[in-house]
Design a protein around this ligand. Structure first.
Ligand SMILES: Cc1ncc(COP(=O)(O)O)c(C=O)c1O
Length: 401
């Protein structure tokens, strides 16, 4: 029987250090690992790429490292999959998962509503490599089906809820359609906004679940990282050889240690963040200065029924609109006392940002408007502070506009 999420957070993937019996996984700062004989080297080489993640052996940290391995095992335990590959950042994980699954002669299909740098990857990097791609609004399953009928896509990529608009997409329906039209094609899915606590996309048909570990997985805003999770350790082992060993997109053992430590409390953190977010969403919905709130746990959310099917709880992210850009500027100028104006998310500390000018600043204007990134939209990443303090801060700042 699978253990509960908090138990897995604490115990998953970690064992006492075999040499010192240290209870907590140490930071193995060594670049390399030595052998007493060539025989020992050949024995170790058998699992150096981690086909069996529990028995990974080490020769050079660019390929695998014991601290990072403990993180990968804990992530697999929390996500509920056979294996994971960690990377130096979330973007490293996304770009590699897309490229690694691409087959020459096919195309890539991406949702029109993805994180800005993911969009930048498709619109700026893929054309340089001669890789054709299409964008589509994945809310419309009929158009998606037509597109899948008329084209051969080896990779289909999307995220839900989407950054920053909180648009939600029917993960199972999309995966079923993709696999129906091309059993060979792979769905890569960015689960950063929901975190593995709120949403389990691998169970809904996604082939590769990706996270920016810099966000909810670490939770403390002090380490960059990314992860690709799936149920095929042979593929992950191949990715390790191609991506970490050859392309060198490996995390540092220090960052692995920080993320490993942060992960232990992810169950508690995201539960509290989700409770706070729901209360704040309801508060904002009733505030006279706020014109619209987007939170998947509110019945007013356009995809509430879809969100209910695939998310519990509804996470710590929300978006809301004020009347105009002037109102936004006034609200953000020196009024909030506790909540910081900053572009990160998933932190234990509440952060706010203005996507139109900040995170999504260089997204093509038409795409911004098409995907709802308006001059009135603000994004909030809710932390674990006491709810009354967060509401007091938002209320006093809104009332000063
Ligand atoms: C949804 C989403 N995916 C991926 C990323 C990229 O993560 P990283 O900053 O770790 O590269 C971000 C960053 O904000 C994000 O919001």
């Amino acid at each position: 029987m699978q253990r509960g999420i908090n138990t897995r957070g604490i115990h998953g993937g970690e064992k006492s250090d075999p040499v010192t019996r240290a209870l907590k996984t140490p930071i193995y700062a060594s670049n390399t690992f030595s052998y007493s004989s060539m025989e020992e080297f050949f024995e170790d080489a058998a699992n150096a790429y981690g086909i069996n993640p529990e028995e990974t052996t080490y020769f050079y940290t660019r390929t695998a490292n014991p601290t990072t391995n403990a993180l990968e095992l804990k992530l697999a335990s929390i996500i509920g999959c056979k294996g994971t590959l960690t990377t130096s950042s979330g973007m490293a994980a996304i770009t590699f998962a897309i490229l690694a699954n691409y087959q020459a002669g096919t195309k890539i299909l991406a949702s029109d509503s993805v994180y800005r740098s993911t969009n930048q990857f498709t619109s700026e990097i893929l054309p340089k490599l001669g890789i054709p791609y299409d964008y589509l609004d994945f809310r419309d399953l009929n158009t998606l089906e037509e597109q899948l009928q008329d084209n051969t896509y080896s990779v289909v990529h999307f995220e839900s809820p989407a950054n920053p608009t909180m648009r939600c997409y029917d993960i199972k329906a999309i995966c079923d359609l993709v696999h129906e039209y091309n059993a060979e094609s792979n769905v890569t899915f960015d689960n950063t906004f929901a975190s593995p606590i709120c949403q389990q996309p691998l169970e809904l048909g996604v082939d590769f679940e990706i996270h920016s570990s810099s966000k909810y997985l670490n939770g403390h805003g002090d380490a960059l990282g990314g992860v690709i999770a799936c149920n095929d350790t042979e593929i992950l082992s191949e990715f390790r050889r191609q991506f970490c060993e050859t392309l060198g997109q490996t995390p540092s053992s220090f960052n692995s240690y920080l993320i490993l430590r942060g992960l232990k409390t992810i169950g508690l953190r995201v539960k509290k963040q989700s409770e706070n977010a729901l209360t704040i969403a309801k508060f904002l919905e009733g505030h006279q200065k706020v014109t619209r709130v987007y939170y998947p746990g509110l019945p007013s959310h356009p995809q509430f029924e879809i969100a209910k099917k695939q998310m519990t709880p509804f996470g710590g992210m929300l978006a809301f609109e004020l009347k105009s850009q002037d109102h936004i500027t006034s609200f953000l100028n020196n009024k909030l006392q506790l909540i910081k104006l900053a572009m990160d998310l998933g932190d234990i500390q509440t952060l706010i940002e203005f996507p139109y000018i900040m995170t999504h600043y260089d997204l093509e204007y038409d795409l911004k408007i098409q995907t709802g990134i308006t001059e009135q939209l603000l994004r909030l990443s809710i932390g674990i502070e006491d709810i009354k303090d967060l509401i007091t801060d938002l209320d006093q700042a809104l009332n000063q506009i």
